[in-house]
Design a protein around this ligand. Structure first.
Ligand SMILES: Nc1nc2c(ncn2[C@@H]2O[C@H](COP(=O)(O)OP(=O)(O)OP(=O)(O)O)[C@@H](O)[C@H]2O)c(=O)[nH]1
Ligand SMILES: [Mg+2]
Length: 248
């Protein structure tokens, strides 16, 4: 039996982007087997919720492994939605998430799952990474590329954990490792991946960066100035918290 995987797709106002990607993801993961997927809609306005319900209902009927979506009553942020979805799952060996916009293809998701399943027991967390910035594998607006790189350097420097791209929208974490650290996780916004990285690292779980192909889909929600500032502030908070509670 292959290791089981539960994938969450955090969504905020995604009815215009998620359709083709979700279709492709459902088909690809059905072939692999042992995978469940849940869309977690994060408190969008009523009209958007209605659109998502109509879009998802036929897909849920068509694919047994696409679970009923979760509609959160208020916006928690990307991390909050991911954790809400992970906390609903009590069985899977692996917990993961993937962005709704299809910047990372269903094939890449399948490749990462295959890689996770090569581990004898879930042990090493796998963070997809836009590492090969200049190989043509990564197509991103130059501004996002630059800010992403600076943010990666900031995370490595401030937290003392070597990482190139902490923010890529595809990750797989052993459920046992998540359960150990879940009570300590506080950040629910776009920098939640940084806190996740630090908590995994401090708990002794190795995090491996896996280069993937990434073709940016227009219409992203991350505001380069406002969110970069908030995220940098959150990195600092993670640092301060780690200093207050030294690792064993
Ligand atoms: N649940 C939830 N998800 C969010 C929120 N904001 C963004 N997301 C989701 O987070 C994922 C990534 O957001 P994007 O809008 O693609 O981010 P981006 O601006 O394209 O940034 P990159 O993809 O990193 O280049 C998508 O699945 C979004 O729907 C939010 O407030 N709540
Ligand atoms: Mg995106």
């Amino acid at each position: 039996m292959p290791a089981t995987v539960h994938l969450v797709i955090p969504c905020y106002q995604e009815s215009g982007r998620i359709g083709p990607f979700l279709q492709e993801l459902c088909a690809t993961t059905q072939e692999l087997g042992g995978i469940t997927i849940r869309v977690v809609e994060d408190g969008s306005e009523p009209l958007e919720v209605q659109r998502m319900r109509s879009l998802l209902a036929p897909l849920v009927r068509q694919h047994a492994h696409l679970l009923d979506p979760c509609f959160l009553p208020r916006n928690l942020g990307k991390g909050g939605a991911v954790y809400a979805g992970w906390d609903m799952e009590t069985d899977a060996d692996w917990l993961g998430f993937v962005d709704a916009d299809g910047s990372c293809s269903a094939t890449e998701v399948a490749n990462l799952i295959r890689r996770a399943r090569q581990q004898a027991a879930p042990q090493t967390a796998l963070f997809a990474s836009r590492l090969d910035q200049f190989s043509g594998q990564v197509r991103r607006q130059w501004k996002r590329r630059l800010i992403g790189r600076v943010f990666g350097l900031l995370v490595s420097f401030v937290l003392g954990i070597r990482i190139h791209d902490s923010q890529c929208g595809l990750k797989l974490v052993p459920r046992s490792a998540y359960q150990r650290i879940a009570p300590s996780l506080r950040i629910h916004g776009f920098a939640f991946d940084v806190e996740l990285l630090a908590a995994l690292h401090d708990s002794g779980c190795v995090v491996e960066e896996v280069p993937i192909t990434w073709h940016e889909t227009p219409g992203g929600h991350v505001h380069l100035v406002r969110d970069s500032w908030r995220m940098a502030r959150d990195v600092w908070r993670v640092r301060q918290r780690r200093r207050r509670s030294p690792r064993p």
